[in-house]
Design a protein around this ligand. Structure first.
Ligand SMILES: CC(=O)Nc1ccn([C@@H]2O[C@H](CO)[C@@H](O)[C@H]2O)c(=O)n1
Length: 112
């Protein structure tokens, strides 16, 4: 792993939201919290490892699962119950998570 991570994966079904600029945060565990503010990161689909767009990291902040709220859901472009369910599926026993905020820089494909 490079000192400054330059790649992030998302579930394929979420990548249109990331690459259209609708989804501007992701919530990850500690192992994926080492992104550096100001760095550029390539976005790939988890399932097929396809590059879909580039983002720039704007912030990385700790959060507890119980503190995830409507505001995060809006930034995720997901319903809050759906977001919490997804996070519980991905990180079943983890309470200490990180909100990674990013902005879209460039698109690889035109997503319609
Ligand atoms: C290895 C890998 O790709 N992991 C993950 C982990 C999370 N997520 C999404 O981030 C948000 C907060 O967890 C939700 O929208 C999740 O669905 C994702 O797409 N991919």
């Amino acid at each position: 792993m490079p000192a400054v991570p330059d790649k992030i994966t998302f579930f394929e079904f979420l990548t249109p939201l990331v690459c259209s600029g609708k989804k501007t945060i992701t919530i990850r565990d500690k192992s994926e919290s080492h992104y550096v503010v100001g760095s550029q990161v390539e976005v790939f689909t988890l399932e097929t490892d396809q590059k879909v767009c580039d983002i720039e990291i704007e912030s990385v902040e700790p959060i507890l699962f119980d503190d995830i709220n409507e505001f995060h859901a809006q930034q995720e472009s997901l319903d809050l119950p759906r977001l919490k369910q997804l996070i519980k599926e991905i990180y079943p026993d983890i309470n200490e998570l990180f909100v990674i905020t990013y902005k879209l820089i460039a698109n690889n494909k035109s997503l319609s």
